[in-house]
Every structure is written in structure tokens, then in C-alpha cells.
Design a protein around this ligand. Structure first.
Ligand code: EPZ
Length: 422
């Protein structure tokens, strides 16, 4: 297993290109199952999760070709010859559940392994299933798999999500495009990845209104065509790299960054004393000398502060002036980075869904363990500002969501290298 060694090396300076969004691409790729025509995705990120989704789609009979080094994905599924999404693949990546809605909508049957939980929580999929049942799906859970049928096809229905769910909204949205009649999704997720998916589906011929608001209305059509669609820029990678100059000083321009994708996050950065400027190429972040002020954060569905940036801003708060309270409202176990940051000298107290961080003068490098995707990158960020060497182990977590992290940070002056493990 690879490790990454980061050594505190002072202020950063330069530009970091932001890739296409992992969490958009992971829902855009299954959309190919809705049509027999080719779907081409440009600006695709080069990540291990994308490879996992590629393997899953190919196991169902779809064709997925990576071009331009993986930045362009050419997908097509003329005829699916397998309707079973196997546990072995699904357990590696929960987003695999997103083949359920499209497969069911297109062919009227699907068997998909339940994804199981992960490090940050139980991650149930009950809302995915209830939304599909509202469209007439007949579901049978047995042997760890969802056996779904829609004899005569799905029918338009009305479903109100009891809580906001990104994945369940995506599954329902894709399924509804081919349902007979009109579907109304209430309390739908408003994330930019949902908006990106709706725009792609509309390019394929879907009739959708309201994406980005809490109510999405879909008029089912008989069939969808092909499309070429650019994957929206990754707002979580963007926020992550914006924190690099905030944590260790200097000025970095994040190419492709858009403030509308990270509004609540930018507000918190500015409240903490970090400056964010919109430029022609993206977002420029600079931290003048002096300390960063502590801020309180509550994670919420979009447009609130994203849970996927909670670990990263905690790293910034570790050396901020004062005390900050971080409340994690989306997942039940998303503070696993805290004990690792404490190994570096951070002062953090975790009680249930709340972490209280008291800023210290500086962190000290130490060997630390990555536990999940976003926790691992928060340790890298902390290492940028720590005195001495930080060794982050198990960076396969990192490679799921960040392409070439050592190259992108190295190019702006960070002292960072990857050590290949056995
Ligand atoms: C998506 O996960 C993202 N993953 C997550 O990013 C992100 O943290 C999350 O949305 C919230 O923004 C992808 O898009 C691939 P949810 P998802 O359904 O769809 C509960 C990363 O680091 N829930 O919005 O699984 C659930 O347990 C990952 O890139 C149910 O109870 O998240 C959670 O508490 C981590 N029943 C809350 O809803 C369900 O059927 C929000 O989950 C579904 C979800």
C-alpha cells in the first residue's frame, strides 16, 4: 500500500487545475443504461472509483472506453446481457447502487447487491427503494440483493423524501425519465451533481424541470438518445485545494473553480480571515500573514456547508485562533480524522456529532492513518502546515477521489512525495 510523505514547507504559490467531479461522474456513467445510443462524457476525472464504475457497467454488458488518458469516457449499452450487479464490485463502491434505477427503467428488471455500510456510517439505501416503489417497482430483498421488477414498465408517481438524499434523488431522477407519465420528487437533493445529471439527461431527450430546487418534475418519454456532456467541476476537490494556502499561507489560484459551487464554504473561509477572489480562470485564495480565526460549522445538504469538506476545514481550525465547533449532521461517524490530527498535536474533543477544536500554535508531523476519502486528504492538508514530516498511510482511500494529489500540491511548492508500498 502506498504512503504519502508531506513536510511543512511554508507558503504556497501557483495554480492548481480542478478536475471533473467524481460524484457527478459516478451518476452520469450509469445514465448510459437508459439509452441504446452512445453517451460521451468529457472532463471526466481519472480516479479509481471511475475505474470501479467502469468495471461494473462492463459486467452488465455496457461498453466503456477511456480516451485522452481517461478524461473522455465513451459509453454505450446497446443490449445489456446481464442484469445482476455483483456484491464483489458493489461492496467496493456504494455508488454502484446507482445502476438500479436506470436498469429497472430500461429493461423492467434488475438485481443489485445491497452496498452495505462504510467507515462513515451505515449508509442505508431505503430511500432509493421507496422512491422506486412510488413509481410502481416491485422490490424483494433477499440474500443481500435487491430483486427489482417493473412488469409493464415504471409509472410516474409522486414521492416526498423524508430526508434529503443525493443518491436516492439521482436513482429516482434517472428512473423517472422512462416512466410512463409524470413523476414529482419532493424534498429532492439540490447538489450541483443533481443539476449536472439533469442537464445530461435533458441532452439525451429527457423532460425535466426544477433540478437544483427541492421539487423536480419529470415527464417520462418512450426512449432516450445519446449525448455528449462535460462533467461539472469537482466542488469538493476545489474546496480541498482552496484550504491549502489557507492552512500554510501564500496564494493559489484554483483553475476552473466557481464560487456558486462552494458558496457556503467560501463564506466560512472569509469569516475565518482568508480571502477568496473570483478571477477569469477560477478562484484565487490567499492568506496574508497572521492567524486564521476560528469559525463554527454545521454540515447540511446543498446549498449548506458540505459534509465532504468538514474534515478538511477541521484541519484548518486546528491552527486557527480560538475555538471552533464543528457539527456533522449528515453522517453518524465522520470524525475519524480527529484522532489522527490529535497525533499531530491538535486539540479536539468529540462528543457524538460535535467536534470542538481549540487552535494550537502549530502541528507536529507524525505517522497517521487514512480512514476514508476525505479524512485522508485532511491529514495531507494538516501535514502541509506541520513542523517536520507527516507520513499518511493507506492512501488508496485518497486515490478514490483525488487524482495526482502529490503532483498538484507539489506544483505550488508543497514538499510532498508518494512512497510506493508493496
Ligand atoms: C453522496 O452520498 C456522496 N457520494 C457523498 O460523498 C456525500 O457525502 C453525500 O452524498 C452527501 O452529500 C456520491 O455522490 C457518490 P445521501 P449518498 O444519500 O448519496 C441517509 C465522498 O466523500 N440515507 O445524501 O450516499 C444517509 O445515511 C462521498 O465523495 C438514508 O437514510 O448520501 C446519510 O445520513 C462520501 N437512506 C444521509 O441520508 C437512504 O436511502 C445523506 O446521504 C439514503 C441515504
Amino acid at each position: 500500500m502506498d504512503s504519502i510523505i508531506v513536510t511543512g514547507n511554508g507558503p504556497l504559490s501557483g495554480q492548481i487545475p480542478i478536475a471533473g467531479a467524481k460524484n457527478a461522474c459516478l451518476t452520469l456513467m450509469p445514465a448510459t443504461l437508459l439509452s441504446e445510443e452512445p453517451l460521451t462524457l468529457t472532463n471526466a476525472p481519472r480516479l479509481s472509483d471511475i475505474k470501479t464504475m467502469t468495471t461494473l457497467l462492463q459486467s452488465l454488458g455496457a461498453e466503456v472506453a477511456q480516451m485522452q488518458g481517461g478524461q473522455v469516457l465513451a459509453l454505450s449499452s446497446h443490449a445489456l446481457d446481464n442484469h445482476v450487479a455483483d456484491y464483489d464490485i458493489v461492496r467496493k463502491m456504494r455508488a454502484s447502487i446507482l445502476v438500479l434505477g436506470p436498469m429497472l427503467a430500461r429493461d423492467g428488471h434488475a438485481v443489485v447487491s445491497l452496498p452495505g455500510g462504510c467507515a462513515i456510517g451505515a449508509r442505508p439505501v431505503d430511500l432509493h427503494l421507496r422512491a422506486l416503489e412510488a413509481m410502481g417497482a416491485e422490490l424483494d430483498l433477499r440474500d443481500g440483493y435487491v430483486h427489482a421488477r417493473a412488469p409493464g414498465g415504471l409509472k410516474g408517481g409522486i414521492f416526498e423524501f423524508p430526508i434529503v438524499s443525493v443518491g436516492a434523488t439521482e436513482n429516482a431522477l434517472m428512473a423517472a425519465t422512462l416512466a410512463k407519465g409524470t413523476t414529482v420528487l419532493k424534498n429532492a437533493a439540490r447538489e450541483p451533481e443533481i443539476v449536472d445529471l439533469a442537464q445530461c439527461l435533458r441532452r439525451m431527450g429527457a423532460q425535466i424541470e426544477g433540478e437544483g430546487t427541492s421539487t423536480i418534475t419529470i415527464q417520462g418519454v418512450d426512449r432516450l438518445g445519446g449525448a455528449t456532456h462535460p462533467v461539472v467541476v469537482d466542488r469538493i476537490e476545489l474546496g480541498t485545494y482552496m484550504l491549502a494556502p489557507a492552512i500554510c499561507g501564500g496564494e493559489v489560484e484554483c483553475l476552473g473553480g466557481r464560487r456558486d459551487l462552494v458558496g457556503a464554504f467560501c463564506d466560512k473561509l472569509e469569516e475565518a480571515g482568508v480571502s477568496v477572489t473570483e478571477t477569469e480562470k477560477g478562484l484565487k485564495v490567499s492568506r496574508k500573514n497572521g492567524l486564521v480565526r476560528s469559525v463554527d460549522v454545521v454540515t447540511e445538504p446543498f446549498p449548506g456547508f458540505p459534509t465532504d469538506l468538514q474534515a478538511q476545514i477541521m484541519a484548518l481550525m486546528c491552527t486557527a485562533e480560538g475555538t471552533s465547533v464543528l457539527e456533522e449532521r449528515i453522517f453518524e461517524n465522520r470524525f475519524m480524522h480527529a484522532p489522527e490530527l490529535m497525533r499531530m498535536g491538535a486539540k479536539i474533543e468529540v462528543h457524538g456529532g460535535t467536534a470542538t477544536v481549540t487552535g494550537v500554535d502549530h502541528l507536529k508531523g507524525a505517522p497517521v492513518m487514512a480512514t476514508d476519502l476525505r479524512a485522508s486528504v485532511s491529514l495531507i492538508l494538516a501535514g502541509l502546515a506541520a513542523a517536520g514530516e507527516t507520513i499518511v498511510n493507506r492512501v488508496y482511500h485518497l486515490d478514490r477521489g483525488y487524482e495526482r494529489v502529490e503532483e498538484k500540491l507539489g506544483n505550488v511548492g508543497a514538499k510532498i512525495e508518494r512512497i510506493s508500498g508493496q
